[in-house]
Every structure is written in C-alpha cells, then in structure tokens.
Design a protein around this ligand. Sequence first.
Ligand code: UTP
Length: 290
Amino acid sequence: MKKVTKAVIPAAGLGTRMLPIARSVPKEVLPIVDRPVMEYLVREAVDSGIKDILIITNRGKGVIEDYFDHSPEYEDKLRAKGKLDEIEAMRELTSKANIYFIRQKEPKGLGHAISCAKAFTGDDPFCVLYGDDVIASEVPVCRQLICAYDKYGLGVAGVNRVTDEQIVKYCSLKVDPIENNEYKVSDMIEKPKIEQKFSNFSILGRVLLTSDIYDILDRTEPGAGNEIQLTDAMRELCRTKGMTAVEFEGTRYDMGSKLGFLYANVEYALRHPELSEPFKAYLRELTKTL
Ligand code: UTP
C-alpha cells in the first residue's frame, strides 16, 4: 500500500460567515494569537509525515503564498533586530515539506476545490485539511487518519460527535463500530434536516481520500447551497469502495465562524508559554465584571 505523503488544503472559499473581515483578509490567515490559521495546518501536516502540500487559493489570497515565502530583505531586517528565532522557525517548517499553490478559478464548493488537486496527487492517497479548521491534539489528527488508512487501505473521515444544533449545519454519518475509535462508514448526508440525520457523528475538518474520488467528483452535481459538495462524492465512495471513520482525539476550532475564532484565541493564549500567566490574570479580573 502507498505511504501517505501528500496533503491538500482548500482555502479558496468566500468565507461569508467571517464578513466583513473576509472581504480583504482571508479567514485562512486570521491569527490565533500570533500566527495564521494556515501555519497551524501546515505544521499539523508536516508533523504527520506529509512531504508535499498543495494549498488551493484564489484571487485575493496571495497573502497565503507570501507568508511561507522567503524574503531576503525582510529577513535581513529581522536579523538586524536579533530576531533569529523567527527566521529559523519558518525556515525549519518550510524545509520539511514542499508547499505548492493552485487557484480554484471560481468558488464552486469544497468538492470542486478538491478536484483541482488531481494533477498534484495523481494516484496517491492524500489528506485533506479544511482551510478553516484548526485542531489542537496530542497526536496530529492527520497522523491519526493515516494510521487508519495504513490498517484498512480505505478513505478515512475524521469525525467527532456534535450536537443536534450543529449536525444540521454540518454532515451526518451512518457508522458501525469496528474497534476502539474506528468505524465503518456506509452512508452520509450534507446539511441534513434533523429527521434525516444518521447519527451525531460529523466530519470535522479532516479526511483522507484515495484517487477514486476524482471520477466521482467529475459527475457530482451541485448539492446543498448549490455547491459541489465533497460529502456527496464521499457518499458514493463509501457506498462503492468503502470508507472508515476515526473519532479523533483533539479539540477543533471552526476558524470560519466568529465564535470559533474567539474560542481559539482565548484557549491558545491560555496555553502560550509567555502570555498564559498575564492573560489568566486579566481574565480573572474580567470575569468578575461579567
Ligand atoms: P467552507 O464551506 O467552510 O468555506 O469550506 P466557505 O464557503 O468559505 O464558508 P462560508 O460558509 O462562506 O463562511 C471549508 C474549506 O473549504 C474551502 C474554504 O476556503 C474552507 O477553508 N473552500 C470552500 C474552497 O477552497 N473552495 C470552495 O469553493 C469552497
């Protein structure tokens, strides 16, 4: 079986839930404390053993490319200020994986974005990290999915249980337990009405796909929201080839939503080695006023 060494990060959506900031700042580069969403995603991929990463962008998202680029003039200025750590950290990250970019010409949906990765992945299996979902975990979530792929050789959905309120906005999976946190997936539905849900298991920001997905995507018609939905294509994949699901360990932050953005910043600041103590002191005082 092929080793999983490629990842795709779709980041070409409109980000309407993050308007008005998304008019000029892509949600995929919004900060969590001091670094953009995209850096957390690239780090997760690299820490999972991924060697080649394709980021799918579109007009107005060039700032994502700039962030990972080496800029001799900028680095000279940082060096002059003694900020060597910052230069080294970025060089170290970008030396561990090749980062490629491609543009999705029109935001026709997540499924359509993934079909733009066909030439990049070829026949290889690949991880997908949704560009607005950051997950804090002990073991990088992509690695958790790769372990299941190595075991079963099938596509893998990264899932967690969500509330009824959330399931109608996400997708719902029909699953049967295999062992521990692993499940067989036999069906799924995007944005179900509550009476249509299969379970409260939903895909939260990570999947691992095989190249079988491309033929299916080619014939997938627009679905919910008039977008070509990856869930609709994965439904066919799980019904034909089969798919597994892993209930991953980790806390997921939806950086495409205003509350998710706020939760992530508060919780990462509380874990930050330098900011944690002063931030806690500030929060303690603030909560007295609530
Ligand atoms: P979302 O559905 O959360 O992104 O897709 P969106 O369409 O930007 O969201 P809203 O509802 O308008 O706020 C998950 C990921 O897939 C990317 C997004 O950039 C996001 O990172 N995506 C979505 C694409 O790359 N292309 C698309 O056509 C749609």
